[in-house]
Design a protein around this ligand. Structure first.
Ligand SMILES: CC(C)(COP(=O)(O)OP(=O)(O)OC[C@H]1O[C@@H](n2cnc3c(N)ncnc32)[C@H](O)[C@@H]1OP(=O)(O)O)[C@@H](O)C(=O)NCCC(=O)NCCS
Length: 141
């Protein structure tokens, strides 16, 4: 498996994976968001290549001064081609993101997950995530 920064040429394959994971048509605004994770200092994107095609992708972000933190790293989205799940691709992508964030001096890494998404929670716990000091709020008016 080869882990590397996402390039513009990868976007169509990442779209394919996202479509398989969500089982929905991938909307153009999602693709516009994805493109912003190529060659960007703060919006990071990595892909895992296996046998000449992409097996997964991960998106992250470096935030400065948000939510009362000086410098923080965020794991924002991770997706693995369904036929490749359970073979270490997601964990390898996460470690690539964590290593890059560490190189950039980021000591605190966060993510967020639905409380009832048991598989994602298990995945994040396995990576070493635990409850943070934040709580998420949603405007309800
Ligand atoms: C979750 C996901 C990223 C994990 O990637 P993966 O390559 O399948 O996972 P890995 O093989 O690297 O698993 C690493 C560890 O995570 C845990 N894990 C992964 N998938 C899991 C699942 N479905 N249920 C429970 N634990 C799971 C396991 O502990 C595993 O370690 P083990 O194999 O030693 O037991 C992938 O399955 C996926 O893309 N799922 C859908 C993603 C999604 O809904 N994304 C939207 C929100 S970000």
């Amino acid at each position: 498996m080869n882990l590397r920064a996402m390039k513009t040429e990868d976007l169509a394959e990442v779209k394919r994976i996202q479509g398989h994971v969500t089982r929905h048509e991938v909307p153009q605004p999602w693709m516009d968001m994805l493109a912003k994770h190529v060659d960007n200092e703060y919006r990071l994107g990595f892909v895992a290549e296996k046998d000449g095609s992409l097996a997964g992708f991960i998106l992250g972000e470096i935030k400065i001064g948000h939510f009362g933190t000086d410098l923080s790293g965020w794991l924002e989205l991770v997706g693995v081609e369904p036929g490749e799940m359970g073979a270490g691709v997601g964990a390898a992508l996460a470690e690539k993101l964590f290593a890059t964030l560490a190189e950039r001096g980021v000591a605190n890494i966060y993510t967020t997950v639905r409380w009832d998404s048991g598989d994602m929670l298990a995945f994040f716990k396995k990576l070493g995530f635990d409850r943070s000091n934040f709580i998420n709020l949603r405007l309800v008016k």
